[in-house]
Design a protein around this ligand. Structure first.
Ligand code: HEM
Length: 444
């Protein structure tokens, strides 16, 4: 195993800062599937083989926690929600929330997706055909609306732009913190810190309002918010979760459940715009559905190609491009002793390009996920949703939403790239296009 010290990393500093996925990709090409870094007193191990990833995420997952800079900085927004918590607390919350993602409920997701999609398409109808539209923003707005309605029965249509902006400002700050560990702490009243605090208080205000409105309303809603509020301790009969804990779960799900799907959809449109023949194939599949209504859950079985497009976009541009863990005790990975306290880095972006598991890895080929071919892919060579017990709770939600939105838009429009400069990938909390994704709408 190659171990790179601070001195070895000096030539890469700018790439590490501006293009971390590219840096990790280069490391894996140069040094193999297990690369060590010595960063100050911390040992960092970058692992890029399905067997090593399986060991960390699945087989020996008890030895690995989320106490890492990535999740600790995210926790400044989400608190101890499902994404950032660990141990008993995480397990209790996961069990509490899991029923909201059961198949029977997801089968009704189309009832939420269709009106949100319709509202977006109606907005698009009024948009002048030759003017460009930032598809990244559009996808962010529609996915936020969907997750808000599906899990909390809240109508974010009116508030989505304000909330989206607050989420973006807060997430942008988290990235800045991760990239600038020596920047003055959040309590120092610098303009950046002040706008972060303002964004946090806007988020809090919006979430506590949601909670209060639900408590005041006599209406019983069969959704995740209801489950969180009504969860009772078996012995005392008291509420299991405090308001703060509910707030953390709501913000976690709003963030984890919309930016990721929006990012995957944005990159799907980007790829489709560059691959006419693939768009035609998808359009052909979609045109066999009934044209006078938006696609629904039962249509999914007739949309395998559309789902494959989404899966392949998730391979090339996995929104969650970085997964980190801290080793609680000593372990052995690929014959190497891993000391307790080490930081483990896994990158879906890099493993999804591993030449041993992916032929023509840089090429957009949805066919990889069709006709049983996907079964030949080693489980931990394709990890857009992570794996093991911490597997994304919203993975099926995301696949349904992604396919239905791709199909619903394709029934009406073809999206053409209108970027005046090459689209650069920004590795933020999710992978995002640097200047948004300007596109033109063409009716089909
Ligand atoms: C394409 C869309 C999505 C992608 C790529 C994605 C990716 C991921 C990944 C990689 C993880 C695991 C992180 C780790 O192990 O460190 C994760 C966890 C999580 N995701 Fe997603 N996700 C997506 C959609 C969603 C949706 C729609 C929701 C909710 C509605 C959601 C909620 C969560 C939550 C709560 C966790 C933490 C689960 C736990 O640790 O128990 N995600 N996601």
């Amino acid at each position: 195993m190659q171990v790179l010290s601070g001195k070895d990393l000096l030539p890469y500093l700018s790439q590490i800062r501006n293009d971390t996925p590219g840096f990790l990709l280069e490391c894996s090409r140069r040094y193999g599937d297990l690369v060590g870094f010595k960063v100050g007193r911390t040992q960092v191990y970058f692992i890029n083989h399905p067997d090593l990833i399986r060991r960390v995420l699945q087989d020996n997952h008890h030895n690995y926690s989320k106490d890492t800079i990535q999740y600790n900085t995210l926790a400044t927004i989400t608190g101890r929600g499902l994404l950032t918590s660990d141990g008993e607390e995480w397990l209790r919350h996961r069990r509490m929330e899991q029923p909201a993602f059961a198949r029977s409920r997801l089968a009704r997701l189309d009832q939420v997706i269709a009106p949100a999609l319709d509202a977006m398409l109606e907005r698009w109808e009024r948009h002048p055909a030759d003017e460009v539209l930032d598809i990244d923003r559009e996808m962010m707005a529609v996915t936020l609306e969907i997750v808000g309605q599906a899990l909390f029965s809240i109508d974010l249509r009116r508030d989505a732009p304000r909330l989206t902006q607050a989420v973006l400002t807060a997430l942008d700050h988290v990235i800045y913190r991760a990239q600038n560990p020596f920047a003055p702490p959040d309590w120092v009243p610098l303009p950046r810190n002040l706008s972060f605090r303002k964004a946090l208080s806007q988020l809090d205000q919006a979430v506590y309002e949601i909670l209060e409105n639900r408590r005041r309303s006599s209406e019983q809603r069969d959704d995740l918010l209801g489950m969180l509020i009504e969860a009772r301790d078996e012995e005392s009969g008291g509420a299991v979760l405090t308001d703060r804990q509910i707030r953390d779960e709501i913000i976690t799900l709003l963030i984890a459940g919309h930016e990721t799907v929006a990012s995957a959809l944005t990159w799907s449109w980007y790829l489709l715009a560059q691959h006419n023949e693939i768009w035609e194939q998808m359009r052909d599949e979609v045109s066999r559905l009934s044209a006078d209504r938006p696609p629904c859950y039962t249509d999914l079985e007739r949309l395998p190609f559309t789902a494959a497009v989404f899966s392949e976009a998730l391979r090339l541009y996995p929104p969650a491009w970085l997964i980190t863990r801290k080793a609680l005790g000593e372990d052995e990975l690929g014959g190497q002793k891993i000391p307790a306290g080490s930081l483990i880095v896994i990158s879906p972006y890099v493993i999804h390009r591993h030449p041993q598991f992916w032929e023509d890895a840089e090429v957009f080929l949805p066919q990889r996920f069709l006709n049983g071919r996907e079964r030949a892919i080693p489980r931990y060579a394709y990890i857009p949703f992570g794996g093991g017990p911490r597997l994304c709770i919203g993975n099926n939600f995301a696949m349904i939403e992604g396919s239905l939105i791709l199909a619903g838009v394709t029934q009406r429009y073809r999206l053409e790239l209108a970027a005046e400069r090459p689209v650069r990938v920004d590795p933020l909390v999710t992978l995002r296009p640097h200047h948004g994704l300007p596109m033109r709408l063409r009716e089909v």
